[in-house]
Design a protein around this ligand. Structure first.
Ligand SMILES: [Zn+2]
Length: 277
């Protein structure tokens, strides 16, 4: 298997399987003033702290929750102070543990309108999937002085939801962007729906119009976390924050658009699926 294919196989969102290593621990760390990474080695979960309690983005698989909780505590915060749980998109590697996290924290669960039906299908151990608030494209979630804006960027799922927010460091404000997923390189493994290919193409266009300085995503590998974390550890006063990466973001959009088009061009047996329906 070529290296690029191996990498692609590692980063595609599975619909049901839990790939080995995806819930392994990764060092929790500060991204900007009140934005932290508390996810696993591959599945990104972000903690946004406020004086009124915290916002958590992406609950991960249930098996990943102990890693997330330990990360929150290691950073000096209480998991029970999580008041809002925001979903990125309706795949189990990002939302399976919504019920578990709600049980542990009492958090309000916020889901994009187009993702509601699919999200409700994830019922680990028979638990009903909690949904407390549904948001539309462009809707804002404001809590504790933080405002997040939802952006529907469909393709990977029908209502894949990216989130933008102002992030601050050293008295400066940056445009933060937590991408949903642009991953369409293994079309057959995705939830197919009519118009999916058109949605992907429109989403790659829209992705290039987003003002992005701090580039984050639902998967650590999408935004090159391992290398950026090494830079963060070696960072000295005056060094740039490695998560400020507008060029890396645009390169990522290009790369994923190319891999999507390549997937569409392959014969069905190799992953084209029903993408043109
Ligand atoms: Zn996914």
């Amino acid at each position: 298997m070529r290296k690029s294919l191996l990498l692609a196989a590692l980063v595609v969102c599975p619909v049901y399987a839990q790939p080995a290593g995806w819930v392994d621990a990764f060092p929790p760390h500060k991204i900007m003033d009140n934005v932290y990474y508390v996810g696993t080695k591959e599945l990104a979960t972000f903690l946004i702290t406020t004086p009124q309690g915290h916002i958590l983005m992406n609950s991960n698989y249930e098996a990943g929750v102990p890693v997330i909780k330990a990360g929150v505590e290691q950073l000096g915060f209480k998991f029970s102070d999580v008041k809002i749980l925001i979903a990125g998109h309706a795949h189990p590697d990002h939302v399976e543990a919504d019920a578990m996290v709600k049980e542990m924290t009492g958090a309000q669960v916020i889901v994009g309108r187009l993702e509601v039906e699919r999200t409700k299908e994830f019922k680990p151990k028979g638990k009903e999937h909690p949904i407390d608030r549904v948001v539309e494209d462009g809707e804002k979630v404001t809590f504790g002085g933080v405002t997040l804006t939802a952006h529907v960027m469909p393709g990977h799922t029908r209502g894949c939801l990216a989130w933008s927010m102002d992030m601050t460091e050293g008295g400066k404000t940056y445009k933060g962007f937590i991408e949903c997923s642009l991953n369409g390189q293994f079309m057959a493994s995705l939830d197919q729906y009519p118009g999916i290919a058109d949605d992907f193409r429109a989403t790659y266009k829209k992705a290039r119009t987003m003002p992005v300085e701090v580039f984050l995503s639902s998967h650590a590998s999408f935004y090159g976390l391992p290398a950026k974390y090494e830079k963060l550890k070696a960072r000295k006063p005056g060094d740039p924050n490695p998560f400020i990466d507008p060029q890396g973001y645009l390169a990522h959009v290009d790369e994923f658009e190319k891999s999507f088009e390549a997937a569409l061009a392959r014969p069905p047996a190799q992953g084209k699926g029903k993408a043109k329906q």
